[in-house]
Write a protein that binds this ligand. Structure first.
Ligand SMILES: *Cc1c(COP(=O)(O)O)cnc(C)c1O
Length: 449
């Protein structure tokens, strides 16, 4: 039965109001005034190192303030003490007590950030494609059939997630890791007929106005782009700024563009980043989902498994059930990447697998489209398929879901069981082997890049 939807009063949510986007503004957020002074100070220290930005919708509609600081959406958007190691925290805290200049804060922040592996899996240097002999910054072409495009105007978000693996691009110096040139995108796609999937990502492309989307996407309905079968848009807006699809001034035009792409035969999929079932329960998000699906586009969901936010198998099962009910296809459960505040959010690999399987056991077959837990590592997306004993050796069973060389996909391989391992780099081949079967070839690829 069709639900009657009350849309939030447009005046209040006509455009996002950023309640904070740097540490100095933490004192100005009304909702935080109920928290003890020392907690607010901790947030300021951490927000001096990591990017921080949150909007009025997230603060007012998604966070349950009676559960703060343990509320998952609060953990997901507001800086937390444990995100910094003790030494870095102490250094920044003492600096902030001296009424420092912005330059002093920046200088120390840069030092601390440099130790936090700001560009995991060679993001800025590897997989940069070439066009007519020139490297094209703002695209990544790692897997044969899929090109990632980072539109210049989409390189920030409606709110920043505390665990974001792209955190480094939101702080410090401007990055060249984005692209303003629709023409360059189109020429690259035309020249690469093996590409079937275009994935717009960021930041969050959905911070862009519709006219920008038209510049990038409208041309793809022409016959010379018939090989582009799928257009994906990676976004958190479905739950962090659902008004983008409902009451924003160019919402209708955006939905019309998506309908046009679908009518032209493209598979359009919104890759919705959803970390917690609590994000799915506002009327406005449900209305946004309904409108997107009415265009003929699909919505798929993906998110990392994170300590302090969603470290709970029953929650994942419930989330996947509710997503399926709303017409969202569960797609990936990721493992938190080896960057930034990983120390606070990480979960050992064996536990990620326990959580995944306990959740997977509870859901219907139609929700078992989800894969994981998966590490987006240098050689590819590696799934922790399980933990088992083989002739007395306890091992991790692994497989590539996606790989730099497509031939590696779906071949099981084995690593020594390691209670503390949290990432592929921590693992050693099982049974006394020297290397994993793909390792030599991968190392040669890195040398050739
Ligand atoms: C995840 C990912 C893709 C998409 O992979 P699918 O398996 O098709 O979802 C493409 N490029 C990169 C770099 C990725 O990390």
């Amino acid at each position: 039965m069709q639900q009657v939807v009350q849309i939030q009063p447009a005046e209040h949510y006509r455009a996002p109001v950023f309640q904070a986007y740097q540490h100095r503004q933490i004192d100005k957020i009304e909702a935080l005034k109920q928290l003890p002074q020392h907690l607010r100070f901790q947030m300021k220290v951490v927000a001096s190192v990591f990017p921080f930005r949150v909007n009025n919708f997230v603060v007012e509609q998604l966070i349950d303030w009676s559960k703060v600081p343990n509320d998952p959406i609060f953990q997901l958007t507001f800086p937390q003490r444990g995100m910094l190691d003790d030494e870095s925290y102490a250094r920044m805290a003492s600096l902030l007590r001296t009424e420092p200049s912005s330059e002093q804060i920046m200088a120390l922040a840069e030092q601390i950030r440099a130790k936090l592996n700001p560009h995991p899996a060679g993001q800025t240097e590897h997989n940069v494609p070439e066009l007519e002999g020139e490297r094209v910054w703002g695209m990544q072409h790692k897997y044969r059939e899929t090109v990632l495009f980072f539109p210049a105007q989409g390189q920030y978000c409606h709110s920043y997630c505390t665990f974001c693996f792209r955190w480094a691009q939101f702080v410090g110096k401007a990055t060249r890791f984005n692209n303003n040139d629709a023409d360059e995108l189109h020429r690259y796609l035309k020249a690469n007929r093996q590409v079937t999937d275009l994935l717009l990502t960021g930041g969050d492309p959905m911070v862009m106005r519709t006219v920008k989307f038209e510049r990038y996407l409208d041309a793809l309905t022409r016959p010379e782009f018939d090989h582009i079968r799928t257009i994906r848009i990676g976004t958190k807006s479905l739950t962090f700024w659902p008004y983008r699809y409902v009451t924003d001034p160019d919402a209708e035009e955006f939905l019309a563009l998506i309908s046009k792409l679908v009518r032209a035969g493209k598979h359009v999929s919104f890759m919705a980043h959803i970390n917690h079932v609590q994000e799915l329960r506002t009327d406005i998000t449900r209305e946004a989902i309904r409108r997107i699906r009415a265009t003929g586009a699909q919505i798929r969901s993906q998110a990392p498994l994170l300590n302090h936010i969603n470290n709970d198998a029953d929650m994942w099962a419930q989330m996947w059930k509710e997503q399926t009910q709303l017409g969202i296809i569960p797609y990936y459960m990721f493992i938190e990447r080896d960057t930034g505040a990983k120390r606070y959010f990480e979960i050992p690999l064996h536990q990620t697998w326990e959580i995944f399987r306990q959740a997977y056991q509870q859901i219907s077959g139609v929700s078992r489209t989800v894969r994981g837990p998966s590490m987006s590592a240098g050689p590819g997306k590696v799934e922790v398929t399980g933990v088992t004993q083989i002739k007395g050796d306890k091992v991790f069973v692994l497989r590539f879901i996606q790989a730099r060389n497509p031939a590696w996909v779906q071949i099981p391989f084995f690593a020594e069981y390691d209670e503390g391992a949290t990432w592929l780099d921590d693992l050693k081949p099982a049974f006394g082997e020297d290397k994993f079967f793909w390792q030599e070839e991968y190392e040669a690829m890195l040398r050739a890049d």
